[in-house]
Design a protein around this ligand. Structure first.
Ligand SMILES: Cc1ncc(COP(=O)(O)O)c(C=O)c1O
Length: 341
């Protein structure tokens, strides 16, 4: 199949579904059938979907307004954020992964079997955070040693957006056991997918058929193939790399002139600009961030805020944007930063 050929071995079994939520919900079912456990480790502030099964393990929702708290079978680990989090040095990856190891140990000590780790390869709602080097290598090892499986949620970050690679887990040096795909896979059309190993897929053969009326319908498949063809023909992954470098460079230049800009981070066209009122304390500039996105909207640029403190400008533009668009965004952001700052 065209899609599985783009993923590393042993990720070769694909289920086509309609939304990112359906993909992650199915990933949970695969993990449960394979490990015999519902226990799940998630990252603080993560969002994985809108169904009950996912809201209750998405801290972004279940611990936010109207939420009922994390499910009993879920454990949360800290955001591996080397700008604001407790670990910021060269050893940050290992130190954050040690939290995953502790969550695994607590699960075992509680007499429960380890199920899965579900994490975005680059963290979106948590504030455009790229986990430090080695984080996933160590975290995956801890989960697998205890018999668990590793699920990479690539719903936001897959499909060439990170530029250097087609999948965002690749620069992390890991191969997940289950990968979930959504959003860009259909370029606006409701299409999503789960890709896993033959071994995990075999565990899912319980006798209960997986039935999904619209999953994998011919129109959606044609859309998915067209997206892949256009991406290849127009070399959109390379384009994301080139445009992302231009944007990051421009944002770093703005950082050198605007006190409000604390951190500029990202990969390809998945970028975060964290705003602070104090570079020592990192006091979040949430009100200023809100004013900036309003100012940009008035000028025709749609940017949102994200992160636990609502102070990260989330820049995730359409992959077809051109150098002119970037230069125009930078000019306008420069002016809005000057007004708000
Ligand atoms: C990381 C991530 N996973 C899953 C989902 C759920 O996808 P959908 O809205 O297509 O159900 C989203 C949606 O925003 C997401 O950002």
């Amino acid at each position: 199949m065209r899609l599985t050929a783009m993923l590393p071995e042993p990720l070769s079994v694909c289920y086509l579904v309609c939304t990112g939520t359906e993909a992650n919900d199915l990933a949970l079912r695969l993990a449960r059938d394979h490990t015999g456990s519902r226990e799940i480790i998630v990252v603080d502030h993560a969002y994985h979907g809108h169904s009950p099964s996912l809201v209750e393990i998405s801290p972004y929702k279940c611990e936010g307004p109207g939420g009922e708290g994390l499910a009993d079978h879920a454990r949360k680990v800290g955001l591996p954020d080397s700008y604001r989090g407790p670990h910021r040095g060269a050893d940050a990856g290992g130190l954050y992964a040690a939290e995953v190891k502790r969550a695994v140990e607590k699960t075992v000590t509680a007499g429960r079997r380890v199920g899965a780790l579900m994490a975005e390869s680059l963290i979106g709602c948590g504030g455009q955070v790229e986990p430090p080097d080695g984080y996933f290598v160590d975290a995956y090892a801890a989960v697998r040693e205890a018999g668990g499986v590793c699920i990479a949620d690539e719903v936001q970050v897959g499909f060439g957006r990170v530029g250097s690679h087609f999948w965002a887990f690749e620069p992390q040096g890991v191969v997940p056991d289950i990968v979930t795909l959504g959003k860009p896979i259909g370029n606006g059309h409701p299409l999503a997918a789960v890709v896993t190993t033959p071994e995990i897929a075999a565990s899912f053969q319980t006798g209960m058929e997986y039935f999904n009326t619209f999953g994998g319908n011919p129109v959606s498949c044609a859309v998915g193939l067209a997206v892949l063809e256009v991406m290849e023909r127009e070399q959109l992954q390379d384009h994301a790399l080139e445009m992302g470098e231009r944007l990051l460079e421009g944002l770093r230049e703005l950082q050198s002139r605007h006190e409000l800009v604390g951190d500029v981070r990202g990969r390809g066209l998945f970028i975060g600009v964290e705003l602070v009122t104090d570079h020592e304390t990192l006091a979040p500039a949430a009100a200023e961030a809100a004013d900036i996105i309003e100012g940009l909207k008035d000028r025709g640029f749609l940017v949102s805020t994200d992160g636990p403190l609502h102070n990260v400008l989330k820049i995730k533009p359409p992959m077809v944007l051109q150098a002119d668009d970037i230069d125009s965004l930078l000019t306008n952001l420069d002016e809005v930063l000057a007004e708000v700052g």
